[in-house]
Design a protein around this ligand. Structure first.
Ligand SMILES: [Zn+2]
Length: 320
């Protein structure tokens, strides 16, 4: 069983090159997430790299999961491949992810590459050779216009390498949005048409009250594109929790894959308030202190088909 959407967070304390500089409301969110993980607030300025990874490994090893895909986080570039410095508040390098995967067998490496980079295709090939199982990006936060024709060779190389694209869809509130219109799953048509297997993270659901709604658009795209999937990560949040029961039947049930979006909190209270789980189930969920285990356990109680927890094996670029 694989959780295909787990974030790595770090501040560079181990020499990893990671960067985290939350500002404004994002600072509050960062503190809230630390609290959820049972980590001290001082960790942000302390040895966050190692504290975070040790915590994560412990959660994986004490859950029903066999492995988790750990995600790096690319920097923000303009369409000419120049880094937009003032927008770069969070960065997790690809090589740090590979290092962690060498150290811990329960981790599978994702990579993150902005297709505007001059070395994008080279970096993709390099990372594929090192065993990357997917390429992750947040088009709306990293300023990636997936329809830009200049990126077509990059998508074609991804298709050729059998590298799936995990692309964030729907609004985003944990990191800053640069271009909200790139949250629309319809912008993923170019990579889909190039033959890339695309996983729309969060199935296009909205996370903020004023975010546009893309879930139905995502569902309608499934019949047009056999190579389109959706992950059910981050769906135990106040607004997104409404959509889990809508993933149980029809075509979408055959195209979802499990992911948690750790360390984004997974809160069963919303499923209980919406009547998707009863009170005894909610009480049992609250007793599960491991957030990775709680997330998958509650999804099973809601009735997410078992195949959704196994499907990553068919979709990810697993070499053995
Ligand atoms: Zn995420």
């Amino acid at each position: 069983m694989i959780d295909s959407h787990v974030h790595i967070v770090g501040n560079g304390s181990s020499g990893s090159g990671c960067k985290i500089r939350p500002s404004g409301a994002h600072k509050l969110l960062a503190h809230y997430m630390l609290h959820q993980l049972g980590l001290p607030q001082s960790a942000l300025r302390g040895d966050l790299d190692n504290i975070y990874v040790e915590r994560l490994v412990h959660f994986v090893e004490t859950s029903d999961l066999d492995q988790v895909v750990i995600l790096p986080h690319e920097e923000v570039y303009d369409e000419h491949g120049r880094i937009i410095d003032e927008e770069n508040n969070f960065y997790i390098p690809n090589d740090y992810i590979f290092e962690l995967c060498e150290r811990y067998g329960c981790f599978l490496p994702a990579v993150s590459i902005h297709p505007a980079r001059a070395d994008a295709v080279d970096e993709l090939e390099r990372c594929a050779a090192k065993g990357a199982v997917l390429m992750k990006c947040l088009p709306n936060c990293q300023n990636i216009d997936c329809e830009n024709p200049r990126y077509i060779p990059f998508w074609e190389k991804m298709a050729q390498l059998g590298m799936p694209l995990l692309a964030h869809t729907g609004g985003e509130h944990t990191v800053k949005q640069i271009n909200p219109k790139y949250a629309d799953p319809r912008t993923l048509k170019t990579p889909l048409d190039c033959g890339v297997t695309v996983i729309a993270a969060h199935c296009g659901t909205k996370s903020g009250l004023v975010d546009p709604e893309y879930f139905d658009i995502f569902c309608s795209m499934l019949s047009e594109h056999d190579n389109l999937f959706g992950d059910i990560s981050g769906l135990q949040l106040p607004i997104r929790s409404a959509y889990l029961p809508r993933c149980l039947d029809g075509l979408i049930a055959q195209r979802i894959i499990h992911g948690s979006d750790f360390p984004v909190p997974s809160q069963p209270i919303w499923s209980w308030m919406r009547g998707h789980i009863d009170s005894p189930t909610f009480a049992k969920a609250r007793a599960i202190k491991n957030p990775l285990q709680r997330d998958l356990w509650v999804k099973r109680q809601i009735g997410i088909p078992e195949a959704a927890f196994q499907r990553a094996r068919e979709i990810l670029r697993l070499t053995d």
